[in-house]
Design a protein around this ligand. Sequence first.
Ligand SMILES: Nc1nc2c(ncn2[C@@H]2O[C@H](COP(=O)(O)OP(=O)(O)O)[C@@H](O)[C@H]2O)c(=O)[nH]1
Ligand SMILES: [Mg+2]
Ligand SMILES: [Zn+2]
Length: 342
Amino acid sequence: MNLQDLGFRQFFLSQLEDFAKEFPNIARIYRVDRGVASGLGAMGSISIKITKEEHSLVVGDFCIVEGNADDSHYNLKRILDRSSYLRRMRPGQQKPQGIAANIDNMFIVTAMNEEFKLSRVERYLIAAKDSGADPILVLTKQDLCMDEAAFDQKLESMSSALPTFKINSLTGEGIENLQGYLGKGQTIALIGSSGVGKSTLTNYLTDSRQQVTQELSFFAKGKHTTTARELFATHTGALIIDTPGMKEIAPVMTESTISDIFDEIESLATQCRFSNCSHETEPGCAIQKAIKSGQLTERRLKNFQKLQREQRRTHDKGYQAAEKKRWKSITKSMRKFKREQS
Ligand SMILES: Nc1nc2c(ncn2[C@@H]2O[C@H](COP(=O)(O)OP(=O)(O)O)[C@@H](O)[C@H]2O)c(=O)[nH]1
Ligand SMILES: [Mg+2]
Ligand SMILES: [Zn+2]
């Protein structure tokens, strides 16, 4: 297997200390299971033992392994620095969970029906920003869309210049327009809610029978098919990672990634009369003015503010400490109240 065809390039090459020695031991991870990962490299397809400490390994990683084909026991020596890293927060956990690495383009997949929500797309855009991969919006089930004009209008209210493609994965219509992202050695990851058609698109592009769509497996097992994140090769030599359904991604957010996605709101805010404007009822509010004139939607402002609150709640230690203190004092006064009542 040619490493370049696996997505290996200068960025990774420059991390090698001894090219001649390390080159034969480079593998790209195409599947991760408990305790073992599957990799592909010059040595062919291999299994790599992973210990607890190495559980940060994700699909798409490039790594250096140790071992040989004879005893088929490869060990992980080193994970190469990632050119991009898709990750998410999980409820009740402090540390983000890695999803996939070294992705060039992230396909945000959403269906052109009731499933479609701009606020969800904006959430995915923040996840893409955090990952370092370039986002592409892929709208599936074009055949089921009743009012395309209304749909386009919705899309326009999102200010970013996001490359957008409408497809029908059952017939393949529109998929040819994605070819620019599907060249040899290019890596893409599909993310989106369960049922939007990620596996169907993956199947169309890979023509593989390893992956069956939900519909087929429904009879077989009565549950979803995409159980593991896996890297597949498309007809055109691109590498594609399908992800099992994530209902709503909780991206790792910073003030700056949110500002990047909502940059027009940030720049409007600088034009408000008061520098501490809450954009509600203050006179001279540039944001309220933009909403009245139809330049900005109320929905977008609301989502922006919601994400900002979420960001502070999950990532801002000072905010968390203040909240904790506030709740402590509420609980205390409630106890006092109860005591006085009895
Ligand atoms: N009409 C229509 N149905 C589609 C399209 N793409 C996928 N589907 C159907 O949507 C269902 C869910 O697809 P699947 O690929 O399993 O979704 P996933 O959960 O995102 O992987 C299946 O029944 C597919 O046949 C499309 O473009 N048009
Ligand atoms: Mg699927
Ligand atoms: Zn304002």
